[in-house]
Design a protein around this ligand. Sequence first.
Ligand SMILES: Cc1cc2nc3c(=O)[nH]c(=O)nc-3n(C[C@H](O)[C@H](O)[C@H](O)COP(=O)(O)O)c2cc1C
Length: 185
Amino acid sequence: MDVFEAIYQRQSVSKVKPAAVPRELIEQLLNAAVQAPNHHRVRPWRFVVLQNSAREKLGEVMVYSLQSRKAEATADDLQKERLKPLRAPVIIAVAVDKPVIPKVQESENVAAAAAAIQNLLLAAHSLGLGAIWRTGPAAADPAIKSFLGFAPDQHVIGFVYVGYPETQPAPPKRPSFEDRTLWLD
Ligand SMILES: Cc1cc2nc3c(=O)[nH]c(=O)nc-3n(C[C@H](O)[C@H](O)[C@H](O)COP(=O)(O)O)c2cc1C
């Protein structure tokens, strides 16, 4: 698929089928992700691929996290939280390495990891997969970071939910760049 076609046609796909995604395709997504630019070549991205019962375990940690954040959460709220990771057969959690040498800026590592996610989303689209980049309070929760193997001060910048789209949505219509651009000569 042409790169412009992928950029223009990609959109967030929240409803996907429960069918598993072959590992080979998931690896293609990760390979696309790591083609992103990254300053000082630190490759600051970290990926955790959750499938099958790992998603249920994540759901349990998300319930624990919601209970600690919101004491008044009802049983219904907790059940909704528990089911969130089951919305797609594959979730790729993306976190960012903390810089270990002074010349590396954390914000640049976050920028590079975000570029990796966009590559991943474009690759998913071109492979006929549906994907959505999600965050929410769970991404900042130390218990969830710990479950995923990350330190409390590491940024988890996204949970990319991936699967085969339930439906083929209409092409997205997006605002122009014009009101966001200043030309200087
Ligand atoms: C950093 C980031 C976090 C996001 N978090 C969520 C989220 O938690 N839930 C959600 O439904 N979409 C989330 N999105 C997806 C955006 O809502 C989506 O990209 C936006 O609505 C534009 O739609 P499009 O991707 O189809 O162009 C997130 C996107 C980004 C870049």
